[in-house]
Design a protein around this ligand. Structure first.
Ligand SMILES: *Cc1c(COP(=O)(O)O)cnc(C)c1O
Length: 221
């Protein structure tokens, strides 16, 4: 068994335990294995162990890995990093979901390129105030959604957040709870939240996708 397969088995068990604590079916949570900056060989190891959802931050890296791993049937790429309009084409071509929607010009470009197969999207929300730079402020969400909902090439699934790493579980839980409430206020059901350090708390607070990198693939350089 590869090291990645062993770590994946451990993470899956922790996901299942968190689901059990929250009284949620385990199928209600998608584990996205964040493979940014990691070689294709490790993605193949994870795929061989049954993993199908992978997260990448950088558009060109996503493009290259999607091409290199094209033969792996059923693999789903999640673009999870900030995106600029000149790189939209890579994400539009390769991604099965986009988790970091926060700019209307990017939304329009993505929509144009996905008319035939609307792209599932999560709007990134900045819950950390000054500490984190990416994402929409909660009060800007309503106006953004109103316009984004008119774009035929996007499917607005939910909200995404990357709360500042506090090391404080209760503070992280508060962020996740806030994201869940915001989603509900805006009629969205998807919640992309929780990483290596806090994915179990995120599941307890309703995450539908968790994005775990380090705990599966090891530390990044
Ligand atoms: C890198 C990254 C992750 C994974 O973080 P880990 O701490 O390695 O689990 C999740 N979400 C986003 C947006 C990231 O950039």
């Amino acid at each position: 068994m590869s090291a990645v397969a062993e770590r994946l088995a451990d993470i899956r068990a922790r996901v299942a335990a968190a689901c059990a604590r929250a009284g949620r079916p385990v199928e209600s949570v998608t584990l996205v294995a964040v493979s940014k900056l990691k070689p294709e060989a490790l993605i193949r190891d994870a795929y061989a162990a049954g993993q199908r959802d992978f997260g990448e931050n950088y558009a060109q890296e996503l493009r290259d890995k999607a091409a290199g791993l094209e033969a792996l049937a059923g693999l789903r790429w999640h673009a999870i990093g900030a995106l600029q309009t000149n790189k939209v084409k890579y994400v539009a071509r390769a991604a099965h979901a986009f988790h970091a929607l926060e700019r209307m010009d990017v939304a329009r470009e993505l929509s144009k390129r996905r008319m035939e197969a609307p792209l599932p999207c999560y709007i990134e929300v900045n819950l950390g105030g000054e500490q984190s730079k990416s994402g929409l402020r909660p009060e800007a969400l309503g106006a953004f959604l109103e316009e984004a909902r008119t774009l035929p090439g996007l499917r607005l699934e939910g909200l995404m957040a990357l709360p500042p790493p506090t090391g404080d579980g209760e503070q992280a839980r508060g962020h996740f709870r806030r994201l869940r409430e915001l989603a509900r206020e805006h009629g969205l059901t998807g919640l992309s939240m929780g990483t290596t350090h806090d994915f179990e708390l995120a599941i307890e607070e309703g995450a539908t996708l968790v994005r775990v990198g380090t705990a599966i693939f090891g530390e990044r350089d």
